[in-house]
Design a binder for this molecule. Structure first.
Ligand SMILES: C[S@@+](CC[C@H](N)C(=O)[O-])C[C@H]1O[C@@H](n2cnc3c(N)ncnc32)[C@H](O)[C@@H]1O
Length: 214
C-alpha cells in the first residue's frame, strides 16, 4: 500500500468524530479487554441503519456496547435493538453506556446467553438489520440465522471481514482467516443476496436480502 493510501485510510477512519456514547463504550471495552468496532465501522453502521430506516435490529456480540451505541444512534428512534452476548459483565457495562445515552430500556433488549442457543428463538423475516460480531468460529452459523431472520430488503452486516488484513492474502491459511475468506466468497455467490465489501476498520461484509423478483 502507498503511504498516501495509508493516510487516506486513517483520514476516513477519523472523518467522523466519535460521539460520547460509543466513546464511553470504547473506554469500557479497553478496561474489559473487549475488541470494539472501529470509529469508521461505527459511522458506517450508523449511516446504514439510518438510510434503511431500521426499526428492528439484532446484534450478535454486544461487548461493552460500542456497536450498539452507534446502531441506536442511526436507527428509528422508536426502534428496538436486540443484542446477544455470552458475558453478562460486558452487557452490564453496555447497559451503563445506554443508560447514560438516555436509551429507554424497552429500546435495547440485551439477552445474555450463547448466540447459537438464543438465535433459534428469534423470528423469521422480522429484522431490518442483523449485525454479526460474536465468536469468529460460529460466524457462518450466525450468518445462516441472520438470513432467515431478515425481512426482504433487510441488511446483513458482518464485522471483521478483512480479518486483520489477512483475508486478501491467499498465503494466510490460519483457521479464522480461511473461514472468513470462505464466508466472503459464499455471501458473494448467494443469489438471495446483493453483496458489498466495505474496507472500514477490520472490514464490513454487507449484503441486502433481496426482495422477491416480480
Ligand atoms: C468483538 S466482541 C464484540 C464487540 C462489540 N460488537 C463492540 O463493538 O463493542 C465479540 C463479543 O462476542 C461475545 N461472544 C463470544 N462468543 C459468544 C457466543 N458464543 N455467544 C454470544 N456472544 C459471544 C464476546 O463475549 C464479545 O463480547
Amino acid at each position: 500500500m502507498s503511504v498516501d493510501k495509508a493516510l487516506s485510510w486513517a483520514f476516513t477512519e477519523d472523518y467522523i468524530p466519535e460521539p460520547d456514547g460509543p466513546a464511553h463504550a470504547r473506554t469500557l471495552a479497553e478496561e474489559f479487554g473487549v475488541t470494539p468496532i472501529s470509529t469508521g465501522m461505527g459511522a458506517t453502521l450508523r449511516a446504514l441503519a439510518s438510510a434503511s430506516g431500521a426499526h428492528s435490529v439484532a446484534e450478535i456480540g454486544t461487548g461493552t456496547g460500542t456497536s450498539a451505541a452507534w446502531l441506536l444512534s442511526g436507527m428509528d428512534p422508536e426502534g428496538v435493538l436486540t443484542s446477544i452476548d455470552v458475558e453478562p459483565e460486558y452487557q452490564s457495562a453496555a447497559r451503563q453506556v445506554l443508560r447514560a445515552m438516555k436509551v429507554k430500556s424497552a429500546q435495547a433488549r440485551l439477552i445474555s446467553g450463547r448466540a447459537l442457543d438464543v438465535l433459534p428463538r428469534l423470528a423469521n423475516g422480522a429484522y431490518d438489520l442483523v449485525f454479526v460480531d460474536g465468536d469468529p468460529e460460529e460466524t457462518p452459523e450466525y450468518v445462516t440465522h441472520a438470513i432467515r431472520m431478515l425481512r426482504p430488503g433487510g441488511l446483513l452486516i458482518v464485522a471483521g471481514a478483512l480479518w486483520h488484513d489477512r483475508v486478501p492474502e491467499p498465503a494466510r491459511r490460519d483457521a479464522d482467516t480461511v473461514r472468513m475468506r470462505e464466508l466472503v466468497r459464499t455471501v458473494r455467490a448467494d443469489e438471495r443476496l446483493t453483496p458489498l465489501l466495505i474496507g472500514a476498520g477490520d472490514g464490513l461484509l454487507v449484503a441486502v436480502n433481496r426482495p422477491p423478483t416480480r
